[in-house]
Design a protein around this ligand. Structure first.
Ligand SMILES: NC(=O)c1ccc[n+]([C@@H]2O[C@H](COP(=O)([O-])OP(=O)(O)OC[C@H]3O[C@@H](n4cnc5c(N)ncnc54)[C@H](OP(=O)(O)O)[C@@H]3O)[C@@H](O)[C@H]2O)c1
Length: 293
């Protein structure tokens, strides 16, 4: 954006009256206040929970990042981990370390395994479509009713129990909002299908750490309510050294990198949105602060 001056908040000296756009992840208290010329705030990620908790959010469009590279990375992660659980790959990793030839059974095939994707937005839809291509029996869950070619979408509180009852692998791609905080808890895990081919329900959370109750995950893994979990996001990040999740034999931990936004692509996206706006076009991927996503 050569026609614009760019400053770094909290580092550069600048005139607050001239700031038209802010790009931020988690703004410090007060940093978005007293910007009279502000036209939009860009979230530097797909999620906006860090922004939504800002006290006194300015009354301008809040635009989030939604780009193909991020979406494709997330679907790669979801498909990878669904396949990993389908094929019990962690067991073969352990067998290899023990030099043990562990060839004793045919695993189920994907069509015998029911994946339930929580969140049927940009990420959930792409992941669901690609899981279908791999043969999984897919369904999704969203806040509002919607339909999709090829898989069922359950919605709202009314649809949740039926969605969980047909789910062997639960994939969470929800935004963190007041409604979804702590949703991945013992009560919900207890409603997952127990008659599946994988020997117990499996959780994959790549949405946000605040969605999950980690104490419940560990307890449910220990008592068999859950069979295994893949977690990319955590209540506290980086995951504290003393978290039992690090060493739990049934847990796969990744460092919130299922779908990292590429800095250059994010910059291009934001520049593109500013150009659209200045050409009189509406911003894309505008967040609704009342819904929180
Ligand atoms: N781990 C990572 O690296 C990473 C990277 C990128 C994003 N993320 C997370 O992924 C989240 C989803 O991204 P997205 O681009 O797919 O968002 P999105 O397009 O806004 O989709 C959100 C989906 O969640 C559903 N939803 C929201 N609140 C709900 C509720 N209370 N009950 C049921 N469904 C609800 C929405 O339902 P409706 O369709 O009815 O609106 C929608 O289907 C982001 O918010 C972010 O937190 C994580």
């Amino acid at each position: 954006l050569p026609e614009h001056d760019i400053v770094v908040l909290d580092e550069d000296d600048f005139d607050r009256n001239r700031i038209r756009y802010v790009a931020t992840w988690g703004p410090k208290p007060g940093s978005l206040s007293h910007l009279p010329a502000l036209e939009a705030v860009f979230s530097l990620g797909a999620g906006v929970d860090h922004l939504m908790s800002y006290q006194g959010l300015p009354d301008v469009p809040i635009v989030r990042v939604s780009q193909d590279d991020l979406t494709h990375r997330m679907s790669e992660y979801v498909v990878l981990h669904c396949l990993m659980h389908l094929r019990d790959q962690r067991r073969f990793d352990a067998a290899q370390r023990a030099k043990h030839w562990d060839q004793d059974r045919a695993p189920p095939i994907a069509s015998e395994v029911r994946v339930g994707v929580m969140g049927s937005g940009v990420l959930g839809q792409d992941a669901a479509r690609k899981l279908k291509v791999m043969g999984f029996d897919v369904a999704a869950w969203s806040r509002s009713p919607k339909s999709s070619d090829g898989y069922e979408i359950f919605s709202a509180e009314e649809g949740l129990a039926a969605f969980l009852a047909r789910t062997d692998i639960l994939v969470s791609l929800l935004p963190l909002t007041p409604e979804t905080r702590g949703i991945l808890n013992r009560s919900l895990f207890g409603k997952l299908a127990r008659d599946g081919r994988l020997g117990g329900p499996i959780l994959i959370n790549a949405g946000r750490g605040g969605l999950q109750v980690e104490e419940d995950i560990v307890a449910c893994l220990d008592d068999g309510t859950l069979k295994a979990a893949t977690l990319d996001v955590f209540q506290t990040e980086p995951l504290p050294q003393d978290s039992p999740l690090w060493t739990h034999p049934q847990v796969t931990v990744t460092p919130h990198n299922s779908a990292v936004s590429d800095a250059e692509m994010t910059a291009r996206y934001i520049a593109g949105q500013i150009r659209r706006h200045e050409a009189g076009e509406p911003f894309q991927n505008v967040v609704d602060p009342r819904r929180g996503y």
